[in-house]
Every structure is written in C-alpha cells, then in structure tokens.
Design a protein around this ligand. Structure first.
Ligand code: DGP
Ligand code: NA
Ligand code: NA
Length: 213
C-alpha cells in the first residue's frame, strides 16, 4: 500500500442496528452488546430511537403515552425528524472511531407507519440520506410470545393486533443483509450470536469500510 492508500482508509466506528417488535428483547441485548464491546476495549455508545430527550422526542413520547393526538403523517415525520436531528452527531461519533448500537432506526419508522396503512414509498422518503447501518439485526419473535413477556407497558402501539401488523411489515421489508435472530432463545445464546457478528463488523469499519447513506 502507498501512503495515499493508507491515508484514504479511514478508521471509524460501526453503525449497528437492532430491530424488532416491542418486548422482543432488543433493549437488553443492546446493553449487553455495549458491555461486550467495552470489554474488548472498543469505544461504543448505546443510542435509542425515539430519543425522548429532545424537544421532538418529548412530542413523540407524549403521543406514545396517549397524552396527545397527532395525525398519522405528522407523527411519522416527527419520528423521522428525531433521527435527522441526531444525524450529524452520529456521523462525527462514527468518524471519531466510536461504534454506535442503535435500539431501533429507520426500519421501525417504516414498519410502524405502514402497519397503520400509510403508503410505503411515502414512509421511506424522509429516511433517505440518513446514515446506512453496517449491520442490522432483527430479533424475531411471534407477536403472541412478545405479548406474554411481562405484559406491555401500556403505550399506544403495545397491542397484540397492531404488533401483528408491524410484524408483517418487518417480514416484507427484511432483505438478505439482515441478520435474523431467534428472539425466543436464552439471552446468553442471543448475545453470543450478536457479539461475534458485531466484532467482525467493527473490525471491517476500523479497517476502512466506507460510511454510506
Ligand atoms: P421504544 O421506546 O423502543 O419502546 O419505542 C416506542 C414505540 O414507538 C414502540 O412501540 C415502537 C415505536 N416506534 C419506534 N420508532 C418509530 C418510528 O420511527 N415510527 C413509528 N411510527 N413508531 C416508532
Ligand atoms: Na415500547
Ligand atoms: Na424512532
């Protein structure tokens, strides 16, 4: 390799996304992944979408708690705006070498809104230009099984009939690049599957895999 080649190869963090129905175990697995990567000496952060700490995030949170009503298109755009408001920080974190584990991303945006009956192309449009993940995990669980897990928290979308529709949308959207994980396995088993693949992806990104949109 010439000096030029070396310079053009940027070492960066990986963008890892966990998706799935409510109560599929994403949140626990995301924190386990963070600990595991930290244990390997990597710089890593756990991010959740929606990020309820921003102004937009507070509007989303109050909508999910059924404290406010919003038109389906309006809330869709707010969820998307919530991802956009974090985009530049996301890019700078990744470029500085930090790996980000995302608990939900654009796929949630599309699956939940299309499940309500919105047009899929319309739903995808505002997601264009957000950073592309390096790895997407889908924690696969039957909606009935998820509903049995300690009950739902009572938020707007946490209802079996609706989650069945969301599940169908995820099945339609998923492509070959997704890693499908059986979310009914023991937590340790899932963690093993995830961390091996994540470590590999982090290696690729450290070795110059380009960041894309
Ligand atoms: P969570 O904090 O992960 O439990 O997410 C809150 C709820 O909002 C959950 O039911 C999933 C749903 N959700 C997450 N992201 C989006 C999105 O971008 N659009 C829509 N419509 N729903 C979303
Ligand atoms: Na939830
Ligand atoms: Na979101």
């Amino acid at each position: 390799l010439s000096m030029g080649d070396l310079k053009s190869k940027e070492s960066r963090g990986a963008l890892i996304v966990l998706e799935g129905l409510d109560r599929c175990g994403k949140t626990s697995q995301s924190s386990r992944l963070v600990s595991s990567l930290e244990g390997h000496g990597h710089s890593v952060e756990l991010w959740r979408f929606p990020d309820r700490t921003t102004g937009v995030g507070q509007m989303i949170s109050s909508y999910l708690a059924n404290q406010t009503q919003l038109d389906d298109h309006t809330i869709h755009l707010l969820f998307s705006a919530n991802r956009w408001e974090k985009r530049s920080l996301m890019e700078s974190k990744l470029r500085s070498g930090t790996t980000l584990i995302l608990d939900r991303y654009s796929y949630s945006g599309v699956a939940f809104s299309v499940a309500k009956g919105l047009d899929i192309e319309w739903c995808k449009a505002p997601e264009k230009g957000l950073l592309a993940p390096d790895l997407v995990f889908y924690l696969d669980i039957q909606p009935e099984k998820a509903a049995e897990r300690g009950g739902y928290g009572g938020e707007r979308y946490e209802q079996l009939e609706f989650q069945k529709k969301v599940s169908q949308q995820y099945q339609m959207m998923r492509d070959q690049s997704w890693e499908i994980v059986d979310a009914s396995l023991p937590m340790e088993e899932i963690e093993k599957q995830l961390s091996g693949l994540v470590l590999h992806s982090v290696e690729l990104c450290h070795n110059g895999r380009p960041l894309s949109q």
